[in-house]
Ligand binder design. Structure first.
Ligand SMILES: Cc1ncc(COP(=O)(O)O)c(C=O)c1O
Length: 386
């Protein structure tokens, strides 16, 4: 039997404190006790998102959060500029079209960040575009898009909104919603929120709420954010049966995160990203992204090694779960998640396992180089707990 190490870009490990909290006996969701937890959690989410707007909790995976944004901001025939630099960018476009919108695609080479000037040019060309959809981190390519710069471009235009999939961004690196002027920000529980899958969080800016109030929606019942805002922000309850255990877990994780402080959390996350990148490069793997993310790292599998076999060997023989490539990157890259409840020694161990697995699959490996490079980064850069 292997001891398992979860280094996927979601789901991520759940801290024992959150597991214990979620294991408490069930309480009813229409009770003062649950209302209290919901209100407390909502207030902490506002601190995490750095917004004065309500952050709504929705039972559903991250995609439900994405769809709630589209369903409430895009009407039939509305145009949306979709930054497509990977699988999740494509998903925005598919959701827009499922809701009767017109996706104007801005294709970006996989592994590269979008150029804000290209976004500005497309918005100038087409004044009918109502929303820009983008990922903070395109998880399929482990690439960060420059959200602050994009927000500056979009903010100059009164009639355009910036909608950010922050599913592998929120809690990993700064995305201060109000300060930067992000109009919609989505997160999912199984990433930096350190919980099991099944809970999405969504916030809209004042501008976005105005649009949500007037847009000719094509229709959603469950994902009606106006109804959800009324329930959660005004009545301290949820529109539908709340995912009670997940919200208790979120309450626990957010308390721990805010106790630590966002700056410290981001500094830890950044150090883990640097250690992972340095470790993979020292093993001789080339990083895939030219704008590597602080939440997940992707690297090319060396020539002659089957990436799918590498991931399978690591999982089945070594108990180490990381991710392979998606779509056209299947078998070609590996992706290591380092967001949430992941520590430096998880990364160092994971790199050792990658070395052993590569060796077993016939690749020439000088043992210890990857972990040593990661150790050097951790030794120099791990933020003091002070
Ligand atoms: C950037 C990004 N967007 C969207 C999703 C989809 O979220 P879910 O699988 O929770 O629906 C993911 C999940 O990996 C993601 O990483």
């Amino acid at each position: 039997m292997n001891k398992n190490l979860l280094l996927a870009p979601g789901p991520t490990p759940v801290p024992p404190e959150a597991l214990l909290r979620m294991a408490q006996p069930m309480i009813h969701h229409r009770t003062p006790q649950f209302s209290q937890t919901l209100a407390e959690t909502a207030a902490m989410l506002q601190e995490l998102y750095q917004t004065t707007q309500p952050v709504l909790m929705i039972a559903g995976s991250g995609t439900a959060g994405m769809e709630s944004v589209v369903a409430n901001l895009i009407g039939a025939g509305d145009k949306a500029l979709v930054v497509r630099g990977g699988k999740f960018g494509e998903r925005w476009g598919e959701i827009v079209e499922a809701h009767g919108g017109i996706a104007v695609n801005l294709d970006v080479e996989w592994g590269q960040a979008v150029d804000p000037k290209a976004v500005a040019a497309r918005l100038d060309e087409d004044p009918d575009i109502a929303c820009v959809f983008v990922q903070a981190c395109e998880t399929s390519t482990a690439t960060e898009h420059p959200i602050e710069a994009l927000a500056a471009v979009v903010r100059e235009r009164d009639n355009v909104l910036l909608c950010v999939d922050g599913i592998t961004g929120v809690g990993c690196f700064p995305l201060p919603m109000d300060e930067w002027g992000i109009d919609a920000l989505v997160c999912g529980s199984q990433k930096a929120l350190q919980l099991p899958p099944g809970l999405a969080t969504v916030a809209l800016s004042e501008r976005a709420w105005k649009r949500a109030e007037t847009v000719q929606r094509t229709g959603t019942y469950y994902l009606d954010l106006l109804k959800e805002r009324k329930a959660q922000a005004e009545q301290r309850t949820t529109a539908w049966t709340a995912p009670v255990s997940l919200i208790h877990g979120l309450n626990e994780v957010l308390k721990r995160t805010l106790d630590e402080g966002l700056a410290q959390t981001y500094a830890r996350q950044e150090c883990l990203a640097r250690a992972t990148r340095a470790g993979l490069e020292a093993i001789g793997l080339r990083l895939y992204s030219s704008a590597p993310s602080r939440s997940v790292t992707a690297a090319w599998v060396p020539e002659g090694v089957d990436g799918a076999k590498l991931v399978k060997y690591l999982r089945d023989e070594m108990g180490v779960t990381l991710a392979g490539g998606q779509a056209k990157l299947k078998g070609k890259i590996i992706r290591i998640g380092h967001m949430g409840y992941v520590g430096p020694f998880d990364i160092i161990s994971g790199l050792s396992a990658v070395e052993i697995a590569l060796d077993r699959l016939g690749h020439d490996v000088e043992f210890g180089r990857g972990p040593a490079a990661a150790i050097a980064i951790v030794r120099e850069q791990w933020p003091s707990a002070a």
